[in-house]
Design a protein around this ligand. Structure first.
Ligand code: GLY
Length: 384
């Protein structure tokens, strides 16, 4: 997949990642980080203590720290990463006890923690947690519309009919549950949701909607929303990456060619819109100024491109590998803090176009950068 120069660059990045994570994992061993404040990880396990709080222990990103540690465990064989990963996994049991704050992102939360732990160590407590999460996810399926409900009601919004493109990344938990138990129901729900995503989210030009609202009683499409992007009909870049990598995940679990074709369509659209300097905006259709960027989208896109390259093989694969390399090299060269004294890796993540702050550390940017780098190396632990 890589030539000698590219491989040398990759090795240099892995050396830097290993040195950085050796220090950060120790400093943050008892935390579940989302971002950093003055270079120090915050802790979502203590920021909010009530079960209904969306941004405390139930925060959708709480699995990524564990995922980073399992990737490092696989890469280095160092047992300390396994021990630290298990600390955050156990803390998340509070979500099951309190129940009310949970949402469709249980896949993001328990796939890189409990499913990873079970696959690597055979831990039966982890298997139980992951099946519990998969059952909650399956319970959010809307039969009339063939979609998984995303969020619980927001302050001013009835969200019973809302589905979001990000949910494709939660589906591997359902595929895993069917593979693990032999019960086809979980996979049937995942396939139905992925099929609905192709018909209701992907636009003719290969771009995707963030939010689609269905009538929760008869299942018809009511309207679309711009969500975390600039406006309705725009093209939130992280949403495009959830689509292109998410459809690949469904392809990898089912072998259905429609999912590979959908992933390629969105990927071609994304590649055609990568700016010359390789820096990904928050929305491909945002105003020229301010130049808001989201490096998390670059890292997720790279993961998807590498998986597409592996699936298509041969000559066709090179354009996807080149696009992944362009994004990852841009991050390495100018958008990462490699100092072992700070806890973040990527510096310029953005949660949403209209968020209060932009260009800050976000844990899933670090996670997907790491995943992409180990994928390129070729002996990665595939967590999804
Ligand atoms: N899944 C929510 C986000 O990408 O911000």
């Amino acid at each position: 997949m890589l030539n000698d120069t590219e491989r040398q660059w990759l090795e240099s990045v892995i050396t830097k990642l290993t040195a950085k994570m050796d220090a950060v994992s120790e400093r943050s061993r008892n935390k579940i980080p989302y971002t950093t404040v003055n270079g120090v990880h915050d802790d979502r396990a203590v920021d909010n203590t009530t079960g209904a709080a969306a941004d405390g222990i139930n925060w959708w990103t709480n699995g990524f720290w564990g995922g980073m540690l399992w990737l490092m465990h696989h890469e280095t064989g160092n047992e300390k990463y396994k021990e630290i990963a298990q600390i955050s996994e156990a803390k998340m049991d509070r979500c099951f006890e309190e129940f009310y704050g949970l949402h469709h992102d249980v896949g993001f939360m328990w796939q890189p923690t409990s499913v990873a732990n079970y696959k690597v160590t055979g831990n039966l407590e982890s298997r139980k947690r992951a099946l519990h999460a998969a059952t909650l996810l399956a319970g959010r399926f809307n039969l009339a519309g063939g979609f998984i409900r995303a969020w619980n009601d927001l302050k001013d919004e009835d969200t019973r009919g809302w589905a979001i493109i990000d949910c494709l990344l939660n589906l591997p938990l359902l595929y895993w549950a069917s593979e693990e138990t032999g019960d086809p129901r979980f996979k049937q729900i995942a396939v139905k949701h992925a099929d609905t995503a192709i018909s209701a989210f992907v636009r003719p030009d290969g771009s995707v909607n963030h939010i689609v609202e269905f009538d929760p009683f008869n299942g018809g499409v009511v309207k679309t929303y711009g969500g975390q992007g600039h406006e309705e009909g725009s093209s939130w870049t992280r949403g495009q990456t959830w689509a292109l990598y998410g459809f690949m995940m469904s392809y990898m679990h089912t072998g259905k060619d429609e999912y590979l074709q959908a992933a390629k369509r969105v990927a071609h659209y994304f590649i055609a819109n990568i700016p010359e300097d390789g820096i990904i905006p928050v929305d491909f259709r945002q105003p020229e100024e301010p130049r808001l960027a989201d490096d998390t989208a670059a890292a997720i896109a790279a993961c998807g491109f590498i998986e597409i390259a592996k699936a298509v093989g041969g000559h066709e694969s090179r354009s996807f590998v080149s696009a992944a390399l362009k994004l990852l090299r841009t991050l390495d060269e100018s958008r990462i803090d490699w100092s072992a004294d700070t806890d973040h890796i990527l510096l310029y993540g953005t949660g949403a176009y209209f968020a209060e702050t932009h260009h800050h550390a976000i844990i899933y940017g670090d996670y997907y950068f790491m995943e992409a780098i180990f994928k390129l190396k070729g002996n990665d632990l595939y967590l999804w």
